[in-house]
Design a protein around this ligand. Structure first.
Ligand code: SF4
Length: 265
């Protein structure tokens, strides 16, 4: 068995011992995993969309109340470029550098292990992330966890996860260029401090910021880039994969490329 296969088997054994065998069903070939979750998630996504519509109206009312009451945000503790990890986190939690501070419920700084080998960079928080303060929860988060599990990685021990933007754009619209520019010092310092062995950009905004290219993910994926000397792989965002299950094979190939790099580290 390959080194990767051995790690996957060990991971599955560990989950079974913990009484959590369900993330990767026994006997399922790794290449089939992504499509499996996509099908299951589709129905749940529709139900959550209806729930989110009601939550959006309540969030708008809260934002209006906050606006009338004036900003109560704490001042930014210090410049990101000189902060240590905890200072950087506090800086982000107090940040009002862009308009997204007005409508957010929480600042979504990170999840996973800051000492992890792999750093996943996504786009921006959605409704679930804004509510919980954790990146990649909800259906896209479950699919990301499955993608990672299929190559024997997990946010509990080997992966650190964050987004280009730390605050939710209203209505899950795309990030605006000035918002990305305002938030970039936080991400830049975050990568410096976490110092991952490998970066995985999921989705176009992370891929374009990290590669410096304006090409679409479909044109960027399949190659290894370098961000400040750190190998970088690009793939589709799990939310896009849920909408396009036919991309599962491409994502699987991207994860294999990621594994090749990590196996050689
Ligand atoms: S998105 Fe980034 S720059 Fe804008 S308020 Fe949030 S943390 Fe600050």
């Amino acid at each position: 068995m390959s080194a990767r296969g051995t790690r996957l088997a060990a991971y599955l054994d560990q989950r079974r011992r913990m009484g959590e065998p369900g993330i990767v069903p026994d006997g399922l070939a790794p290449g089939e995993l992504l499509g499996l979750l996509a099908a299951r998630a589709d129905a749940e996504r529709k139900a959550e969309a209806a729930k989110e519509a009601g939550a959006g109206a309540r969030a708008a009312a809260r934002a209006a109340t906050r606006s009338r009451a004036g900003s109560k945000s704490k001042p930014v503790p210090r410049e990101p470029g000189t902060a240590d990890y905890e200072e950087l986190r506090e800086t982000a939690l107090a940040c009002t550098r862009c308009r997204l501070a007005e409508g957010r419920r929480t600042v979504v700084f990170s999840d996973g292990n800051p000492a992890g080998r792999l750093m996943v960079v996504g786009e921006a928080p959605g409704a679930h992330e804004d509510a919980t303060g954790r990146p990649f929860v909800g259906q896209a988060g479950k699919l990301l966890d499955l993608m990672l599990a299929s190559v024997a990685l997990s946010r509990q021990d080997s992966v650190y996860i964050c987004n280009v933007l730390k605050c939710r754009p209203p209505g899950n619209r795309n990030p605006m260029p000035d918002e990305i520019e305002s938030c970039a010092p936080l991400l830049k310092r975050q990568i410096e401090l976490v110092a991952p062995e490998v970066l995985l950009a999921v989705g176009s905004f992370a891929a374009q910021w990290l590669t410096g290219s304006t090409k679409a993910v479909g044109k960027l994926r399949g190659e290894v880039y370098s961000y400040q000397g750190v190998p970088l792989v690009v793939t589709y965002h799990p939310a896009a994969l849920l909408r396009n299950p036919g991309w599962s094979r491409l994502v699987w190939e991207d994860l294999q490329l990621l594994c090749q790099i990590m196996d050689n580290k």
